[in-house]
Design a protein around this ligand. Structure first.
Ligand SMILES: [Zn+2]
Length: 279
């Protein structure tokens, strides 16, 4: 699933392709993409809109139009966007929508698992929608260790589960949480509200460093993720724990362990991420 670095990489690729362009014609082939709304109606509403901005909040892409309306795109598991000159895109059985732009180029949306969503919001609807669902942006300067501590203060859930909750911090998913916890030397099952000040500082620094590394590597390419120009990311070459069960920890040589937590694979080093509760 694309996480903050992957979605931000997509945003950076789309911005120059979309800003200033008009949606001439839109086809939505899969009703799941816009449900409960009618795909033909949504496509008709989008046609004629001119793009003013391409933003991101957490894992949401925000295509802002000059009218103040917004198309909110969530890629979920396997969504991806591709921008190309008209006529140059190959046939794709997993294509769910196509936007024809006014400069003879197209943006195609592909989604194998079909969990992705497009939601057209009217002016004024975006902020309340996001405020309910998404916590602070971890790379903003306003996100501090103290702020992270506040977000975790009332959470008795395992630390990893709390960090996966988008209302705690925006944009983290299974990969970057495991990587950040390794970097911070924190056990994924520690109670989220049990970190001391030093541990919070380490976690805060680790979250930012891990995401920044992901951005630098243009995300990780595991399954269907690709940037809008078709390029792959290389963050997967930087993974210290994710998917590395049995391989030696880079810091201490202990084999990486895998457990399941909330149905998700979770990788950590049992030595340098020891559970400090002593059990
Ligand atoms: Zn280790």
């Amino acid at each position: 699933m694309p996480e903050l670095p992957e979605v931000e990489t997509v945003r950076r690729g789309l911005e120059p392709a979309l800003v200033g362009r008009r949606f001439d014609h839109v086809d939505i082939y899969d009703p799941r993409l816009v449900r409960p709304y009618d795909p033909a109606e949504v496509a008709a509403e989008l046609s004629g809109e001119r793009v003013a901005s391409v933003g991101r909040r957490g894992k949401y892409l925000i295509v802002g139009f000059e009218t103040g309306r917004v198309l909110l795109i969530h890629l979920r598991m396997t969504g991806s966007l591709r921008h190309a000159r008209r006529g140059s895109l190959q046939d794709d059985p997993h294509r769910r929508a196509v936007v024809n732009l006014d400069n003879r180029s197209d943006v195609a949306y592909r989604d194998v698992r079909r969990f992705g969503t497009w939601l057209l919001l009217e002016p004024g609807e975006l902020e309340p929608y996001l405020d309910e669902r998404v916590g602070p942006e971890p790379l903003d300067t306003s996100f501090t260790a103290a702020r992270l501590g506040e977000r975790l203060a009332n959470r008795r859930a395992p630390l990893k589960s709390a960090l996966l909750d988008q209302r705690t911090v925006a944009g983290l998913g299974n990969i970057y949480v495991d990587e950040a916890l390794w970097r911070a030397r924190l056990h994924p099952l520690r109670p989220a509200n049990g970190l001391d000040r030093d541990e919070l500082r380490r976690l805060h620094r680790a979250i930012r460093a891990t995401l920044e590394k992901g951005l630098e590597r243009q995300g990780s390419t595991l399954r269907d993720y690709a940037a809008p120009d078709g390029a792959s990311g290389s963050m997967q070459d930087e993974f210290r724990v994710y998917g590395r069960e049995g391989e030696p920890c880079e810091r201490c040589g202990t084999p990486i362990t895998r457990i399941r937590l909330g149905g998700r694979g979770t990788w950590f080093c049992p030595e340098c991420q020891a559970d400090s509760r002593g059990d």
